[in-house]
Design a protein around this ligand. Sequence first.
Ligand SMILES: NC(=O)c1ccc[n+]([C@@H]2O[C@H](COP(=O)([O-])OP(=O)(O)OC[C@H]3O[C@@H](n4cnc5c(N)ncnc54)[C@H](OP(=O)(O)O)[C@@H]3O)[C@@H](O)[C@H]2O)c1
Length: 277
Amino acid sequence: MTSDTPRVTLITGSSRGIGRVLAMKLARKGEHVVVNYKKNAELAEEVVRQMREAGGGGIAVQADIEEPADIDALFEAINASYGRLDAFVANAAASAFKPISGLRLHHLDRNWAMNVRSFVLGAQRAVDLMGDRGGRIVAVTSYGSLRAFPTYASLGAAKAAVETYVKFMATEFGPRDITVNAVNGGLIDTDSLEYFYQRVPGMAPMGSVVEKIPLGRPGTADDMASAVEFLLGENAGYITGQTITVDGGLTVVAPPFWSDTSGELRQAVYGPAAKSE
Ligand SMILES: NC(=O)c1ccc[n+]([C@@H]2O[C@H](COP(=O)([O-])OP(=O)(O)OC[C@H]3O[C@@H](n4cnc5c(N)ncnc54)[C@H](OP(=O)(O)O)[C@@H]3O)[C@@H](O)[C@H]2O)c1
């Protein structure tokens, strides 16, 4: 690979959401992205078309990352098209949102396969394709690894396991000049957020969470993708084994919440307009 050969990054689940926004950011820098998806072939091909228009390139590869054989086929497709890989972003996630008392055996097994096993299998294969050129691995996690909230135990525990793997991988892959980090998101505005707050029966209203976020708004896919892009970039070359939290301050607040205060105390934080509330 020469210095002007475009970098190749695999992003799992990049037909939509955070993965798609990240793919476009990399394409605008002239890079190539392997756009992995499960079902939405049309959307994935559209991302590839838009990446080319933006000055980059890439391929769309269908693979259900819950299935080890699909993961093998995904990396074989990358090898066949490019013969190498420079960065791996483990982004796709899925889980059942239920109280712990409602988690059945298949929920537990599928959650592990989808969100943890796929990361480890993917990292093993990514490292092989990175060879001796170094590389970057970034996992996308969420604040369920740090805090407990309704129905998120299964995915939160998986994200915590991924963040722990990140530390172990950093020590094992560091000598090959491969950095391994995670970006942990708070409440981020994508399709999956709509699913969580609108379709999980009995879920608390999203507004009740947003009002607790110090920055006062949901995060965007761009907020998340920007942090991943930083970790993939040259300026992050000496950062490894870390998790960067992108949550508008959600994980540092605790009760009593500023949003529940009144009078002068509330005004001190929200300004004079807060007086009447
Ligand atoms: N949204 C949030 O509030 C939030 C907050 C914190 C962290 N995160 C994390 O951010 C990451 C991305 O979330 P998102 O909300 O951007 O996702 P999303 O909009 O729900 O998009 C999901 C993507 O994953 C793909 N996918 C789903 N199951 C797959 C499978 N089995 N194999 C391969 N691809 C699969 C989908 O492909 P198809 O289009 O083919 O279905 C799609 O490209 C996840 O790790 C999530 O946990 C999200």
